[in-house]
Unconditional design. Structure first.
Length: 143
């Protein structure tokens, strides 16, 4: 039982360290981890995302995502845009004046991840990712 507790301790510790590092990149924006993840997803989806795609990627209900997007709109980081072909579809885009900041922060994060990959190796990450995926699937199937 000790090994399982140690595992969870490390998982939570790693999560906290990653969030702390990512949050430091956006320290002047006062963003929480969910808001940062939304920015990251938009940044890597060619500057626009459907709200439904964001909710799915973040495993959040649409009602929760709506609140997150509302806060990012208030902070002048993103804006909503209706799809001209289907008014039910709403895109979320980064404000042009925030794109450079987001690009810089994401580049810094990618450099950190690259440094970790160089130290541990691609095979290590591939193997560990597969193990985490299996672990997640087991948890999801337990209901």
């Amino acid at each position: 039982m000790y090994a399982e507790l140690e595992f969870f301790s490390y998982i939570f510790g790693i999560k906290e360290l990653l969030y702390k590092r990512i949050k430091a990149l956006f320290e002047n924006e006062g963003l929480n981890s969910t808001e940062i993840m939304v920015i990251y997803l938009i940044q890597h989806k060619l500057q626009e995302c459907k709200t439904s795609d964001l909710a799915k990627a973040l495993h959040l209900p649409m009602s929760t995502l709506t609140g997150v997007i509302d806060k990012l709109v208030e902070k002048d980081i993103v804006f909503r845009e209706n799809d001209p072909e289907d008014r039910r579809v709403i895109f979320v885009k980064l404000k042009p004046e925030f794109k450079a900041k987001a690009e810089h922060c994401m580049h810094t994060l990618e450099e950190t991840l690259q440094e970790m990959t160089e130290k541990l190796g691609v095979e290590w990450f591939t193997d560990f990712t597969q193990k985490l995926k299996t672990f997640k699937e087991i948890l999801e199937n337990r209901g």
